[in-house]
Write a protein that binds this ligand. Structure first.
Ligand code: BGC
Length: 400
């Protein structure tokens, strides 16, 4: 059995927009209402976690987990530029305290894909003052972070830069040419907008500096890891893809307190670019290749690239309608994590994506949850995979 470090976090992760509901001042909410084929389904009430977060935390605790990653929504805290909502901040402070009261370690994400609508309308990350505006928001958010040991500044900046690049390049960036919704695989998207990448790196460093005077708080960001695999002599191309789409963001984490690893699948690159999985390849509900080994590869690559910055697995999971398949995938992923830990990689925790079947950015179809949510009544039902995962956490054992 792998020896896990003392205080290893066993948890689950969510993001504000995907579970809260009615995040009406955000840019993605506005995009959902625009009728873009990129987002055919809307978030609406989502899982109503904005009101039901206590119930969600009770589930986390009762499963036997000791950690919960959740996002705070900039649009609720600063609905109009320069106006900070004390009630918005107080809501998230109650969530932090709700975690602490239940013995749950909070892992707080400051930015998870969504920004206030006014921020994006004003140029967003590419706007002249994008980084300063983010820093101003982070300064205000400090008010709720007392007692929070782990803070993720920006979720998947590499995905965000790719989305920014795609949105700039075309009106219907993330859809197929016929405008159909497509599940995004970070590694197979158009290259990130380099200006956006650099702005996000500056924003992360500004946030880190802003948070540096809070005692006991560790700062990092969470990178989408894509496990690039070169075939047929595509090594140079793969190196270039890996740098622009992943490694420059890991390099920016070298002085961080931790780095978040988020891994789901792999991207195979031939000389012509990313290859579709062979016909007959097992795929998940997002269309991604079923590849539980992704986590081990991502954790090893991240540790190596950052020179040993402590790793927190901030997301890993599978979209499937079969709960047995979720257990199979997660067992495989955790076994790989155990091998990496046994080889000396410093891993501080594993936060499964996701607690709930949530809004998957334009569609409700891919179900990642350990807990099912009735979309009419919002009733939560723990799936067998949730109990299975909670049992592992209680025993503190990674499957071999
Ligand atoms: C994101 C989540 C998303 C998950 C599954 C990650 O890219 O951070 O918001 O739901 O992957 O697609």
């Amino acid at each position: 059995m792998t020896n896990l470090p003392k205080g290893f976090l066993w948890g689950t992760a969510t993001a504000g927009h995907q579970v809260e509901g009615n995040n009406t001042d955000s840019d993605i909410w506005a995009l959902e209402q625009s009728g873009t084929p990129m987002l055919p389904e809307r978030s609406g009430d989502a899982c109503d976690s904005y009101h039901r977060w206590r119930e969600d935390l009770d589930i986390v605790r009762d499963l036997g987990l000791n950690s919960y990653r959740f996002g705070i929504e900039w649009a609720r805290i600063e609905p109009v530029p320069g106006h900070f909502s004390l009630a918005g901040l107080a809501h998230y402070r109650r969530m932090v305290e709700g975690c602490l009261e239940r013995g749950i370690t909070p892992v707080v994400t400051l930015h998870h894909f969504t920004s206030p609508a006014w921020f994006s309308a004003g140029g967003g990350w590419l706007g002249a003052d994008g980084v300063d505006l983010f820093r101003r928001y982070v300064h205000q958010a400090k008010a709720i972070l007392d007692g929070v040991p782990w803070v993720c500044t920006v979720n998947e900046p590499n995905m965000l830069a790719m989305i920014t690049g795609a949105r700039r390049a075309a009106a219907e960036p993330a859809g197929k040419e016929d405008g159909e919704h497509r599940q995004l695989v970070a590694g197979a998207m158009p290259p990130p907008d380099q200006a956006a990448s650099e702005a996000l790196i500056s924003a992360h460093h500004a946030a880190r500096e802003e948070l540096s005077d809070l005692a006991g708080l560790r700062t990092g960001w969470t990178v989408a890891n894509q496990n690039f695999e070169a075939v047929d002599g595509a090594d140079d191309l793969a190196a270039e893809w890996a740098y622009t789409r992943e490694d420059q963001f890991l390099d920016a984490a070298k002085d961080d307190d931790f780095v978040g690893v988020q891994a789901y699948t792999r991207v195979v690159l031939g000389p012509e670019g990313p290859r579709e999985p062979e016909p007959g390849t097992r795929r998940t509900l997002t269309g991604w290749e079923f590849h539980p080994q992704a986590l081990e590869g991502a954790v090893r690559h991240t540790a190596e690239r950052t020179g040993g910055v402590p790793v927190m697995v901030t997301e890993n999971g599978i979209a499937t309608a079969s709960d047995d398949e979720r257990i199979e995938y997660t067992s495989g992923a955790l076994a790989g994590l155990g091998r990496a830990i046994a080889d000396g990689v410093d891993v501080r925790g594993y936060l499964h994506w996701s607690l709930l079947d949530n809004y998957e950015w334009g569609t409700w179809e891919p179900t990642f949850g350990l807990v099912e949510v009735d979309r009419q009544t919002f009733e939560r039902t723990v799936k067998p995979s949730g109990r299975w995962y909670g049992d592992l956490a209680r025993r503190g054992e990674l499957p071999s």
